[in-house]
Structure formats: structure tokens, C-alpha cells
Design a protein around this ligand. Sequence first.
Ligand code: IPM
Ligand code: MG
Length: 358
Amino acid sequence: MKTHKIAAIPGDGIGKEVVAAGLRVLDACATRDGTFTVDVANFPWGSDFYKANGVLMPEGGIDELKAFDAIYFGAVGAPDVPDHLTLWGLRLAICQPFDQYANVRPTRILPGIESPLRGVTAEDLDWVIVRENSEGEYAGQGGRSHRGLPEEVATEVSIFTRAGVTRIMRFAFQLAQSRPRKLLTVVTKSNAQRHGMVLWDEIAREVAIDFPDVTWDKMLVDAMTVRMTLNPRSLDTIVATNLHADILSDLAAALAGSIGIAPTANLNPEGRFPSMFEPIHGSAFDITGKGIANPVGTFWSAVMMLEHLGEPAAAARLMRAIERVTADPALHTPDLRGNATTDMVTDAVCAAILGDNE
Ligand code: IPM
Ligand code: MG
């Protein structure tokens, strides 16, 4: 029997509720499969930890995580802690040292769920956004001088390296090649950002030579929002910088029905470090403690985690279970205009896994 060692970091707000639900579902997957177990260690890091200890995770926390096969993350962010502290203190403090440079965000309209776009169905919207996750606008370069004075200045410098852009382009072309349509859209803003984004375009063109069977095109990020909304069917795999993909993936989630459904994998594709899986939504303090958070984004993230752990059968079974449950409007949470609770959805997904005969 194989054992997968999972570090669970529920974090803040509804992160705690959805990760608890996700761990129940993972257990059901292991029970139904019978060839592997999950050995979960829980790390109570996040804003409460910060209020007690002055840091979001302890010194040496990263070294502790190295021993795990994957990290299952909830959300981080609290109303009374500045957002840039929580982000840099935990999520980016894991993504960056573990070189999780490929952030993968699939978007589909699941059964039973309606897109806010008139007439758009599951066949029209089936995308994967690849977000560069280690540099770009989130490189952390910059600073502030002359604080509080009229001449105060702040810089926020984007970094684009040949190595960093090449590896994310190769990853995106490979992913596009593995999907039936073999279609990639490279998002850019090289009309206005004439250094980093021009390098980005040049490298896309160079990498494309190695993937002659992939059809690719280039879109300016502003025009991309229009194309996603008006012509979703023309897109398949999408690659964009850290900030552009951050924005486009929220739009994608909304167009597919709810931000509560969308999953993310933060991958270190070479497996030198653990990868991290999390729902795309945040800590949502407005609904925390009410038991109504949509756990589907966290479950779908577990599908990606099982794939990464080399359990494709269990991953496919979990995805089937999720789709069976979303198909039933009585199991929709309030973000989908339903009345179901997190527990109802979780119970139903566990039952669908255990009862799956395929
Ligand atoms: C995301 C989130 C984060 C980001 C926030 C919480 C800082 O929006 O994962 O998309 O911008 O990276
Ligand atoms: Mg975002």
C-alpha cells in the first residue's frame, strides 16, 4: 500500500471549513481505491497564528514542509491583518522557495451549473489558464522612499527572465499539446510594456518552433477579456504573466458560474519541491462560520493533487463524483443561488465516490 504524505494548511476564514471537507473527500477516495492511503499533518498557520506569534508561519516552517508529497492549502487573509502581510507571509512564502513556477487553473462549466453568459454551455467553455507563478509583477522588487513626505516615491518592478519565461512557455505549450484541440493563446501587453512583454513575445515565438503541432496566437490582455466574454469557444489553453493571469482567472471563474468552484495547482513540475493545491477563492470572512462555503473548488483542487501524486484513477473518480453532485441543484451552495450547506455537498461527494462502480 502506497502512502501519500499531505501537509494541510487550512489558513483563515472558510479555508478551515473547505479543507476539512476536502480531507474527508480524500479519505473517501483512498478507501474506495484501496491501493493508497493519505497521511495528513495539519499546520495551524495563518492570521490567528500571526496574532499569537507575530509571524504567519514559524521559522523553519518551509523545511518542515519539504518532507511532504503535496500541500493542501485553504485560504489566507483576515480583515484585521494587512493583505500584503498575509500573502507574502504564507502563500508566497511557500510558492517562491519551493519554486512552484507553474500555476494551473482549469475552468469548465460543470454539469448543473449555468454560465452568466447567455447561451454559453459546457462545450463552449473549457479552458486551462497557466499563470507564471514565480516572477513578473509578483517578483517582490521595489521599495518606498521619503515616506510621508510630498516627494514620497514607491516602485513596483516587474521581473522577466529568459529562464523564467522560457520554462513557463514550454510548460504551457506542452499542456496545450496534451489537450485535444492543441490550441494555445499567449496573453501579452507588449504594445505598452515594451521591455518585459516584448521579451515574453519573443520567447513564445522561439518555444513555438519546438511544438509545430500546437496552433497558437497572441492576445493583448485587455482585448483578451472581450474575447473570453464574447467568444469563449475560440480559446483552450492560455498562458499569461503572474498579474494578468490572476485577473483573467477570476473572470474565467465567474464566467464558468462561480468563484467557489475554481481550483488551482501551484506546481514545481520537476518535483524538486512539494507542489501546492488550493481553491482559487479567498478566506471570505462574510460567510465564515455559517457552514455554507462551496467546497467544490477545494475538491477539484484535490483532483489535481491526486493526478500529481500519480493516482489518475482516483482523480477521475473524484471528478465524476463532483460532477454528479453539481448536477443536482438541491446540492448547490448559496454562491450558486442554492440552499445547500458545505456538509451536504461533502456528504454527497463522499457517497458518490464510495458508490462509484467504474
Ligand atoms: C489568487 C489570489 C491571490 C493572488 C491573492 C490572495 C493575493 O487572488 O491566488 O489568485 O493575487 O495571487
Ligand atoms: Mg486572484
